[in-house]
Design a binder for this molecule. Structure first.
Ligand code: COA
Length: 177
């Protein structure tokens, strides 16, 4: 999946150094409900355990864009099915999740990646509804959802399995496929 500027491709173990560079930032993971990475080895293990599947993609820049080299993983996007979603969704639905390294925030990269993901989820996987959620204290993520055509359902959910989920609720958004 690609646009002029970005490519979504599967993760490789050799992405561990780049993953650690961006996922060790305490401003990234905790906003999405997971802890900052503590070592390159931990990042490599996370690639092996959680990213080596057909539902998780690395977001890469096609051309060098400081501080990333062309092809370097600068973020992650993927979907969860009914069985693995954080929120109650229909059997034919999925939930999307994403993050982008801080040096690349507010350049429209996540919006571009989510639009690609939505196309894939609808045209290729034929999901009925696509769900997404964000901590109430993380409005930038809600803005990405709105820019991609998601609607605020008004549902506030407690997701205790997320890091920080005991302190903040998530706002639930839905995109009708
Ligand atoms: C949320 C995140 C993925 C957005 O990625 P991004 O590539 O910067 O997103 P985009 O540039 O496509 O869009 C960001 C939008 O949020 C807006 N925004 C930024 N900070 C904001 C804030 N504090 N309040 C409201 N909107 C904000 C930007 O202005 C932009 O909207 P605009 O185009 O209308 O100006 C990125 O900040 C991130 O990875 N954060 C940490 C992890 C995370 O939150 N993941 C999502 C978990 S639900």
């Amino acid at each position: 999946m690609e646009t002029e500027r970005i490519l979504l491709r599967y993760w490789e173990e050799s992405d561990a150094v780049a993953l650690f560079k961006y996922a060790s930032d305490p401003d990234v993971g905790p906003r999405a409900g997971w802890p900052a990475h503590k070592s390159v080895e931990e990042s490599r293990e996370i690639i092996r355990t959680y990213f080596h599947n057909e539902t998780t993609w690395a977001i890469v820049l096609k051309e060098t864009g400081s501080p990333a080299a062309a092809g370097e993983a600068i973020g992650c996007i993927g979907y969860y099915t009914y069985e693995t979603s954080n929120i109650p969704i229909g059997e034919n639905d999925c939930e999307v999740g994403y993050w982008v390294g801080k040096p690349f925030w507010n350049k429209g990269i996540c919006t571009e990646a989510l639009k690609l993901m939505l196309d894939y989820c609808i045209q290729v996987k034929h999901f009925e509804n696509i769900w997404a959620d964000h901590f109430t204290g993380n409005p930038a993520s809600g803005r990405v959802m709105e820019k991609c055509g998601f609607s605020d359902t008004g549902i506030l959910n407690r997701c205790s399995q997320l890091v920080g989920g005991d302190k903040d609720k998530v706002k639930v958004f839905k995109y009708k496929g």
